[in-house]
Design a protein around this ligand. Structure first.
Ligand code: GLC
Length: 439
């Protein structure tokens, strides 16, 4: 029988991201960036956004729609024109009702129905029927952009399955849903990725911002390409870095991937994003039971995705002597009771390994971008991040900083990582104002 200690040491080794691996990632990430930008085969889609960074003088009252996969947020935002943003109203609606009354993420619902739902929510937030509202739309999925206001969904990610949407122009779907609802005073101006929104929002005030990222349910980063091949001007590029596939997978990752909605796709995202962290922990713990390192019986442990990122957060935040919160989580998620203290500690440790691995892999890709746009790291760079992992997961933000120091050494002083709070929604408003204001 394996002891829990020997099993933990083995798991730690498998999930470790030493500096040597980070350096490999930096190199391969840059190669994939160059290939993607020049249209060669690459796991990085490097999608043009047709947006540069804002001046900070954009202004107006704008409706923003932020569609990320778990919730849709509809916001009314005031941009003052002096770098200030003010959220006048914000409503959040889950795409999947907890009581099972509706679910817009399954294959039995169409994109048309989904956008009708969103248009209905836009109707609820508009204060005056006789005023014109420019609208900015954050749509957090890989899209082929044909211009700032035209984007076709390449494929769903984050396990979404809504039918009749892949290959469709998302802005057309939204526009027709607005028309069907009689909302002809709302004018969609721009569609952006949430990473772009995060970058736009932070660069509205901090001009050193040149990477935007989401560390939340999904993971992805964008950056400001100083000289985009399409325009020979600076342009934000949505890398879809969650699809980066040059990171060695463990057996846990392979198992998760094979059993996911789209095997082979989004390999980095499946190792780093909130959608998957709980599932990796569940797979590891199932292995511990199978090799008798834990003597517990728990039927519900075998239900995929039965542990969520929020549960991992709760475990990592538990500093009680007996780890009572850890015990509560496994009791409620897996109906697993009577855990010994060593087993509770082991679970918390595994959750920490998985979380820190995520942060170190993400940091390595950012270091790759930084070396690509500034090989000597001679300038200051701000990385703007939004998302629940960055904002709420205990230790995540610190692990990113530590990883940057480990891999960049003293040059890490040139890099600041900052929360771009509500960046994905506010960014949509900034994007819309940039277009509306320049007409
Ligand atoms: C997924 C999407 C990407 C998005 C990210 C964060 O990776 O493909 O477009 O930016 O999730 O929401």
């Amino acid at each position: 029988m394996n002891t829990i200690c020997s099993s933990l040491a083995d798991i730690e080794t498998r999930l470790a991201v030493p500096v040597s691996l980070m350096q490999d990632i930096i190199t391969t990430f840059q190669v994939e960036m160059s290939n993607g930008l020049s249209g060669k085969p690459s796991s990085l889609k490097m999608l043009p956004s047709f947006m540069g960074i804002p001046t900070g003088r954009e202004q107006g009252t704008i409706v923003a729609v932020d569609f990320g996969g778990t919730n849709v947020r509809v916001l009314l935002i005031e941009l003052t024109g002096n770098g200030q943003t003010h959220i006048i109203d914000k409503r959040v609606f889950p795409l999947k009702d907890n009581e099972g009354r509706y679910n817009y993420t399954t294959a039995s619902v169409s994109g048309m129905q989904l956008f009708e739902f969103i248009a209905g929510k836009i109707a609820e937030i508009i204060p005056a029927a006789d005023k014109i509202y420019p609208l900015g739309h954050t749509f957090s999925f890989p899209c082929r952009q044909y211009g700032v206001n035209s984007a076709e969904l390449i494929s769903w990610t984050k396990e979404l399955k809504t039918m009749g949407t892949e290959g469709k122009n998302v802005e057309v779907l939204l526009q027709s849903a607005l028309e069907r609802k009689g909302l002809d005073q709302v004018y969609p101006q721009a569609i952006i990725n949430d990473t772009t929104g995060t970058l736009l929002t932070y660069s509205y005030t901090d001009k050193a911002t040149d990477i935007g990222a989401i560390c939340g349910t999904g993971h992805n980063s964008c950056y400001l390409e100083p000289n985009h091949p399409l325009t020979n001007r600076p342009m934000i590029v949505n890398m879809e870095s969650g699809n980066f596939n040059q990171v060695p997978q463990t057996d846990y990752d392979v198992y998760l991937d094979i059993n996911s909605e789209k095997p082979g796709a989004q390999r980095l995202e499946k190792m780093t994003a909130g959608q998957y962290l709980g599932e990796i922990v569940r797979i590891i713990v199932s292995g511990l039971l199978a090799n008798n390192s834990m003597a517990i019986k728990a039927d519900a442990l075998y239900i995929p995705y039965s542990l969520r990122a929020e549960d991992i957060s709760t475990m990592l935040a538990d500093h009680t002597a007996n780890l009572n919160e850890v015990a509560n989580v496994v009791e409620s998620c897996w109906r697993m009771s009577g855990l010994k203290i060593e087993e509770r500690k082991a679970l918390k440790t595994i959750a920490a390994f998985v979380t820190v691995r995520s942060a170190r892999l993400v940091a390595a890709t950012w270091a790759g971008v930084l070396y690509k746009i500034d090989p000597d790291l001679s300038r200051h760079h701000t990385i703007a991040v939004d998302g629940s992992l960055y904002e709420k997961m205990p230790g995540y933000a610190e692990a990113l900083v530590q990883a940057m120091q480990d891999v960049l050494g003293v040059a890490s002083k040139q890099v600041t990582i900052r929360l771009s709070k509500d960046g994905s929604g506010i960014g949509a408003a900034i994007a819309a104002a940039t277009v509306y204001g320049s007409r």
